[in-house]
Every structure is written in structure tokens, then in C-alpha cells.
Design a protein around this ligand. Sequence first.
Ligand code: PMP
Length: 426
Amino acid sequence: MSRSEELFQAAQIHIPGGVNSPVRAFKGVGGTPIFFKRGQGAYLFDEDDNKYIDYVGSWGPMILGHCNTAVIDAVKASLDNGLGFGAPTEIEIEMADKVCDIMPSMEMVRMVSSGTEATMSAIRLARGFTKRDKIIKFEGCYHGHSDSLLVKAGSGMLTLGEPSSPGVPASLAEHTITLTYNDIDSVRNAFSECGDQIACIIVEPVAGNMNCIPPVPGFLEGLREVCDEYGTVLIFDEVMTGFRVALGGAQAVYNIKPDLTTLGKVIGGGLPVGAFGGKKEIMSHIAPLGPVYQAGTLSGNPLAMAAGLTMLNAISAPGFYEQLSAKAELLTQGLEAVAMANGVPFTTSQVGGMFGLFFTDQTQVTSFSETMVCDANKFSAFFHGMLEQGVYLAPSAFEAGFISAAHTQEDIEATIAAADRVFATL
Ligand code: PMP
């Protein structure tokens, strides 16, 4: 029995399912989750001393690779001053200034400790600001696990969302309208039915939780237009795309200014951080400036701020995103070429440092329904084959992949060569 298998058995005694977040359990791909003990640059090392080229990057934050010296040193330096005070610190100002500088749509920003907290708080703020209850989200987008967002489309078309998890009250879910990503007509229809009751639209500007699906031309522009028309708050959930698809996030790539933005992952440099912010007019409704309540014992924690700020400074270097994108493109183009050579129906998507892998004969995947009919069994076989070859991909056919600045051309070429061998077995 491998050490990972032993640990997985031990983990299941006191941890539900042996993991502290469900996707880690390998349910979608089968088999035993790998237990890691160390990361360095583009590599992960497991408890059995196997080495992997890592394309998960802690689900996004590790954009500089694991154990980046500048980030680790900044945390070590902060450590000696104490772990946190629950009182204001200077580094919080530096962080806020930096974020608002990188993302000009954000005039004010509040730090929290996870992406879930960021989206939950942004929605409360949008509701408090507009004095409306309904919200719109899109099928296949994930915005964390707060009650209003664990909702799927009900059978009655537009109205009455249904809880997608037990424990979410139906009386809350009914305020969430779930529409079709990349389908602006579904949005216009919803607004013509009840636009004056809709507090906000929350959207992943590049969807990264149903594989990786970029917005079709006109979709984000259309969202901006209807929000302007109805006085609805447009929230870009850039927890994944922020500092990932470009320094300024998807809002910079597609040139659309949301009213509020939510951030996570990269902004914490690997420590637990989230943030939400946007127009001053809206953000001034947050306590203590305004009446909408929001708080956090560990918010703005100095260690987390030190890691995140060092990360943001490093990725602000000129040419960083050009290089990151070029690497991701080299990878996706290379994978497509070897898939084709082996006669495997396969395509990819890529925006900046994130990418998607689709086992399908379509050349492009633009919707939730298209991603759902991709061959999940083939993906599982590919995933396990790549694992044996020393490549760690996200253990689910419906997650985006992430590349880091630490990945070298040799790493990418080795990954493509590994995929060539695995595709040949599919
Ligand atoms: N929004 C998006 C777009 C995400 O991808 C995630 C997490 N993958 C979240 C929100 C929730 O973030 P967290 O897991 O930090 O709560």
C-alpha cells in the first residue's frame, strides 16, 4: 500500500471523506487522492517521494510556483512581528492601494479570508445598496458555497431557483435566478420580466469552474448594458481570473468595468485571503461607513497581506503576463497537436495563465451544456495516465488548469511528450 493510500485511510476516520474540500477526494476521476508533502517551483512531491509537474497550483494562487523566495521571505519577516492583532496595520493600506491601482474599477476594497466570503459579502452589499432581493447567476459558474449561491435553475424557467444543496432554505433560493452562461438573450428575458427587482448579476468573466470557458463576444458587454439600464449592480467574480488572465483581470482583457469585483487565490500569495471592492458610491454602504454589516476577526491578517502584496508586486513586472500566456499557449497547442496525432477528439481553451482541456470533437466549447457532454471517462483515463507520467492535473474534468511563471519550456515539453504517450493508450 502506498503512503498516500495509508494516509487516506487514516484521514477518513476523523475528516469527512478524508478531505477538507470535496474535489480533493478524486471522486470525479476515481482512485486515491495523492497526499503531498512539499512543493518547489513548478513541482510537487508526494508522501511516496514521487515528483509531479503541477498544473493545479493550489487551485490558482501559486502563479509564481511553489516556495517562491520573495513570498516566503516576506512571510518570514512578518512572522517575527506577531501573527495578527485584529487592529489596523500599515500593510493593509499598501495592499488596498496596490489592488485599486491594478484594477481601476475598484475605488475601495475590503479584505476578507476566502473567495466565498468575498462573493457572499458583495451580494449582501449589492442587495443593501439597491434595496432589492433577487440576484442572477449562471449555470456552471461557481462563486463559493454561501447559501444564496448554492442554487440551481428551478423547473419554472426564470423564477424560483431551487437549492442545489440540502441545508439551503427554499425561501432563500427563490431569490436566485440561474441563467445560461454566454446567452445574453436569457438575461434580457429575465430583466424584462422582473428587472426592477434584481439587485445584482454575479458572473465569472471567464468561467473556470466548468472547465475553462471564455465569454463569447457581446456577452459581458450585454451584461453591462442591462445592469446600466435597470440600476442593477454588476459583480465580476474574479476570484480565479483576477491577476491570472492578466494583471488587471478579465475586466482588463475584455475592457468592461464592473461595479463590484471579488478577488481571492492569487491575492493571498497562497495564504487564506479574499477581497471585494468597487465603486466608492457602493462600497460606502459597508460598515462602519454605512449600514451593510460585514466583518472578520482575521481580515487583513499581516502574514497574509505580506504574502499577497509581495505576490502582487512580483507579478506587476513588465512582460510577466506575456510570458505566462505564451507558456500556457505552448502547452495547449502542444496538447492539441499530440491528441490529433493520436486520433483523440480533443480541444483546449486558454486565457492568460488559465486553460481548459476538453475531450470532445467540437473545436470550441462555449456553454455549460457543451462542457457537460465532453467525455468524462476519457478525461479520467487521461488524468490517471498523466499522473503515472509525473504530471498532476486538476482531478476533475470540470476544473480549469493553471500554469505558473516557474514552469519552464522543458517542463511543458515533458508534459506534451507525456500526453503523447497517454493519448496513444486512450
Ligand atoms: N469564486 C470563484 C470564481 C472560484 O473559483 C472560487 C473557488 N474556486 C470561489 C469563488 C470560492 O473561493 P474559496 O474557495 O476561497 O472560498
